[in-house]
Design a protein. Structure first.
Length: 318
């Protein structure tokens, strides 16, 4: 009786085993049937892309091509999203970029190239946006700029260079906008410095000659010159001074020669000479005065000799 029961149980277990194996076989066969190698073509017939598809989703290794059959990019997919290492190429077959993807977004260290294979830029991605310290280069290999990024936006200290590698400007950036104290250079020599607010010059600024001597100083508001400004000759003596309003000269201005003598003085209105202007000789004595409007004579020019008026009117322009 026990032997009979054992045989029945054994037969039942064998049936279960056969069922499980049959189910696994057909599942494997079904999965194999769903996975296929796809080839996509341009209208011309040349291959556009090829790679594996499983359950209508791109998987594993894929290649993409230009219309002339030159490789365009290649890399890996997982569930229809780019995952793993990818490379892109120029039409001359030179590498354009290389780095990793994670769930369809750039992740980790990436390098971008010019078509002459000089590095164009390099740095890290996180979740598809730039993060941390990045370097950019010119196609001659010289450094172009250095920046720091947070959540894809420039944040931190920024430096920019010319084609010879000389620094052009440097300063802090906040959310892609210049913010704080900046310095600007010409041929690696400081030419101006001052503060930015929301990407516009603001507050006190200095301008310099190539030898470092002060050229001008004054104020900006929202990127426009305002208030009192003083300009200097290369020898350090004042060349002119007066006020600005919305980046244009206004009110009364004085002009001086390199030896510090007064040359002329008069009124400005919206950046143009107006009203009476006085002109002086090399001994700082009045030589003539003219009525001006929009930078041109508009009335009398009175001539002087030893500070005494000797003719009126005159056709002479200022």
């Amino acid at each position: 009786m026990n032997i009979f029961k054992f045989q029945i149980l054994s037969s039942f277990l064998n049936l279960i085993k056969v069922f499980v194996l049959t189910t696994l076989f057909f599942a494997k066969l079904s999965a194999h049937a769903q996975k296929q190698y796809a080839i996509n073509r341009y209208r011309s017939g040349s291959i556009k892309s090829h790679g594996w598809i499983n359950n209508n989703q791109k998987q594993e290794h894929w290649h993409y091509y230009y219309k002339d059959s030159i490789i365009k990019e290649k890399g890996f997919y997982k569930n229809n999203l780019k995952n793993g290492y990818w490379k892109t190429f120029y039409k001359n077959k030179a590498i354009a970029s290389q780095g990793a993807f994670k769930n369809g977004k750039k992740e980790g260290y990436w390098t971008f190239y010019y078509n002459n294979q000089q590095i164009k830029s390099s740095g890290k991605y996180k979740g598809g946006v730039r993060t941390g310290y990045w370097k950019s280069y010119q196609n001659n290999g010289k450094l172009s700029e250095t920046n720091s990024f947070t959540n894809g936006l420039q944040n931190g200290y920024s430096k920019h260079y010319d084609s010879k590698g000389n620094i052009v400007r440097e300063g802090p950036v906040k959310n892609k906008l210049k913010e704080g104290y900046w310095r600007f250079y010409k041929q690696a020599k400081l030419c101006e410095s001052g503060h930015f607010k929301n990407n516009s010059k603001t507050g006190y600024w200095n301008e310099f000659y190539s030898d470092g001597a002060l050229k001008a100083k004054g104020y900006y508001t929202k990127g426009l010159k305002v208030q009192f400004w003083v300009y200097f000759h290369t020898n350090g003596k004042r060349s002119k001074f007066g006020r600005f309003l919305n980046d244009k000269e206004t009110d009364y201005w004085h002009y001086y020669s390199k030896n510090g003598l007064l040359k002329k003085e008069g009124h400005f209105l919206k950046g143009k000479k107006t009203n009476w202007w006085l002109f002086y000789d090399t001994q700082e004595k009045i030589n003539h005065k003219c009525q001006l409007k929009n930078n041109k004579k508009n009335g009398y020019c009175l001539m002087y000799h030893n500070c005494l008026l000797y003719t009126s009117p005159s056709p002479r322009d200022s």
